[in-house]
Design a protein. Structure first.
Lengths: 288, 415
């Protein structure tokens, strides 16, 4: 079987994994929190967009709402809940976000349910490029472009701005950062806000490319974490690359009869292989 | 003269506005006496897969609406029904846990309106051991192999064979790619059954098995296309159909292949959801009469859902099944002495059910004493038509080779 069409199909999925992985790494690098609520935040944004679109408002407002709602939710968590856990271990902080994810999942279930058939489409679905005889829609290419652009933008933010410096200091040592005058809660909340923007964008794209389904979108955080592990939870480019490769390998495995049943395990197997093979000093970040 | 005509039209409109509400169908259920039942409640259970890859609760919600109607109209000769609907989260361990609680702690007299991917497999032995009759929507093989589980619907296998029969006869299908989730029984029972039917009927059927937790339906569609079929049979729940059709649309496959599905695709609003690209390009099997069917029983289902159901409860094919299950159970219990309603008496009475007529089915329905149950084996097909579904052709017999024992029992018991 010709595998090249599956490579093209995997680009779209991989781009979303990349975008989500970068969103996770941004927050982890600045606040040391692995955000399990990333997918759920994206889901509630996508549901808001779906609800607003039929009201006749300009679509751009509906999409903006789809990004604004998760951004506000993430910011609120960063401002009010995250500070309460700031002195706890990283694992406890991660579990806190898992609770937040389940809370959002419950809210979407309560408000929208899953009984009504839904689909969210974007205008970019109607345009495509042919790659290896496969139509790759502009939505997929947009996801790829956004993943690359956001890696660049966040790298600049972290490397070249005072806010970025504060974020990096915070990730290294919160107590010392506080002693030297960094406004910990404020910087933390901004990191959550940025992560919320990523979640909103990824949620809209995922709802279009995968499904407008809260459970699906919530648990898509798992392959995103695998992508972030490729970046050792530190490297934005590594997370983006890992996400892209993971998506492509997952798509290609669907054409391999022996592996097709287990292909959704691909992100975790790849992440495990990466940790095992790279090992040593490079996994130091994961030990935390 | 113009004023006279205008006045006449206005009068007609007023008359219509006055008469129209009176013409709307009033729900009819149970004793239908308008008296709220206040006696000792009769516990009835239901296990549904609500939270998971898709929501399978519409049959439970329909049964719930029907029982609410019954309770508001005299109950079961004065005794209200206490309907206990639980979520198994698509997990066999949870299904087993909640069913055990319903059977052993809540002492349900029957299970009515269940619908789940995992519950039959997890609980069939429990129901046989405890003599609990289950009137459900069957979705996996184990729902069609138990003495105590009685599906109201055809089930995915008959639904798929029926769809293929229609596709062969009306769409010129010769080669089919069967795209199904990798769920218990899906590969052997579903796609294997389609292959067996194809072999007997000169249609080649090949399988594409998809991991249900996969996020990538584009690859599944590419796999199906690589088999060079003329027809692609989708064997998912409604959520999976939407994902698969969206992926196929992005690859512009709608014009090249005929897309057909099991009855799970027959959902109100689905043609709107999948969009105009699929207009007259997506066919689905019907396990019951069309959702907007004008028959009195179907109209009663709609009226009950409107009055006693939740606004967001889906009005889908499984909802019709849940309504029928609740209606049959109610009518059976109404014929019993209310003081002697218990599990053993209800199970015995349900087994005696035969010759049930409803415009929601294409043929008469029964339960009987068979070792397994699959009484609904006459199907219909509908195609996307604008925002709606349009029935194509009438009722037809589904010729699944697996039905031989069912047909033999039917003949022997004169059902």
């Amino acid at each position: 079987m010709n595998l090249l069409p599956f490579v093209a199909a995997g680009i779209g999925l991989g781009s979303i994994y990349a975008l989500s992985g970068v969103g996770l790494v941004v927050l982890y690098r600045s606040s040391g929190t692995l955000n399990f609520a990333f997918g759920a935040l994206g889901a509630i944004g996508a549901y808001c967009t779906w609800s607003i679109l039929p009201l006749g408002v300009p679509p751009v407002l509906a999409w903006a709402a789809g990004i604004a709602v998760p951004t506000a939710g993430s910011f609120a968590y960063g401002l009010f809940i995250a500070p309460l856990l700031r002195h706890r271990e990283r694992a406890v902080r991660a579990v806190g976000t898992l609770g937040f994810a389940l809370f959002i999942l419950g809210c979407t279930g309560l408000i929208w349910g899953e009984a009504v058939p839904r689909r969210l489409t974007l205008p970019t679905d109607h345009y495509f490029a042919m790659i290896f005889s496969v139509r790759v829609t502009y939505t997929r290419l947009l996801a790829l472009f956004l993943a690359i652009a956001m890696v660049g933008a966040i790298a600049l933010l972290l490397g070249r701005t005072r806010l970025g410096l504060s974020m990096r200091a915070l990730a290294a040592d919160r107590n010392i950062s506080s002693l030297i005058g960094i406004r910990v809660v404020r910087v933390d909340a901004i990191a959550w806000l940025i992560s919320g923007v990523f979640a909103g964008v990824a949620g809209l794209l995922l709802a279009d490319l995968v499904a407008l389904n809260a459970v699906y979108l919530t648990f898509l955080v798992i392959p995103a974490i695998a992508a972030a592990i490729f970046g050792r939870l530190q490297s934005l480019a590594g997370a983006a690359f890992g996400g892209l490769v993971t998506g492509i390998i997952e798509a290609v495995l669907s054409a391999v009869p022996i592996a097709t049943f287990y292909r959704s395990a691909a992100p975790f197997v790849l992440a495990l292989l990466f940790i095992t093979l790279v090992g040593g000093r490079r996994t130091a970040a994961l030990h935390e | 003269m113009r004023y006279v005509a205008s006045a006449f039209c206005a009068a007609l409109l007023l008359l219509f506005a006055w008469v129209a509400p009176a013409m709307a169908v009033e729900p009819h259920c149970g004793l239908n006496n308008g008296k709220v039942a206040t006696g000792e409640p009769i516990p009835i259970g239901s296990v549904n897969g609500v939270t998971g890859p898709d929501d399978f609760s519409s049959s439970g919600h329909a049964a719930d609406a029907y029982f609410k109607c019954v309770n508001a109209n005299g109950g079961i000769n004065g005794r209200p029904i206490k309907y206990l609907m639980v979520d198994d989260q698509w997990r066999p361990d949870v299904a087993s846990q909640v069913a055990t609680k319903l059977v052993k702690d809540d002492k349900v007299v029957a299970m009515i309106g269940s619908n789940s991917i995992v519950e039959c497999l997890a609980n069939a032995p429990l129901y046989e051991r405890e003599n609990v009759m289950v009137l459900d929507i069957g979705v996996v093989h184990e729902c069609f192999t138990s003495k105590n589980i009685v599906p109201l619907n055809q089930g995915p296998r008959l639904s798929g064979v029926g769809m293929l029969r229609f596709a062969k006869d009306h769409l010129g299908t010769k080669k089919v790619a069967c795209v199904a989730w990798n769920l218990p029984g899906a590969v052997d029972w579903l796609c294997g059954g389609f292959k067996a039917w194809g072999k007997e009927n000169g249609v080649t059927v090949e399988n594409v098995i998809v991991d249900p937790s996969s996020n990538d339906y584009t690859s599944a569609m590419l796999q199906a296309a690589a088999l060079n079929p003329d027809t692609i049979l989708l064997c998912f729940s409604k959520g999976g159909h939407i994902q698969a059709l969206a992926a196929a649309e992005q690859q512009d496959m709608g014009g090249k292949y005929k897309f057909v599905s099991l009855a799970s695709g027959y959902v109100v609003g689905l043609p709107d959801t999948i969009g105009p690209y699929w207009n007259h390009r997506f066919w689905t099997d019907l396990e019951f009469t069309p959702l907007d069917g004008k028959g009195p029983d179907n109209q009663n289902w709609i009226a009950i859902m409107n009055k006693y159901g939740n606004k967001n409860d889906p009005r889908d094919t499984f909802s019709q099944g849940g309504y029928l299950a609740a209606k049959i159970a109610t009518e059976v219990m109404l014929k019993m002495d209310p003081a002697k309603i218990d599990r053993a008496s209800v199970s015995a009475a349900l087994r005696a059910v035969k010759g049930v007529k409803s415009d929601i089915w294409c043929s008469t329905w029964y339960i009987g004493n068979g070792k397994r149950h699959n009484a609904n084996h006459v199907g219909m097909v509908a195609v996307t038509d604008g925002s709606n579904w349009k029935p194509e052709g009438g009722c037809f017999n589904i010729d699944d080779p697996e039905l031989k024992d069912i047909l033999a029992t039917e003949k022997a018991e004169a059902n």
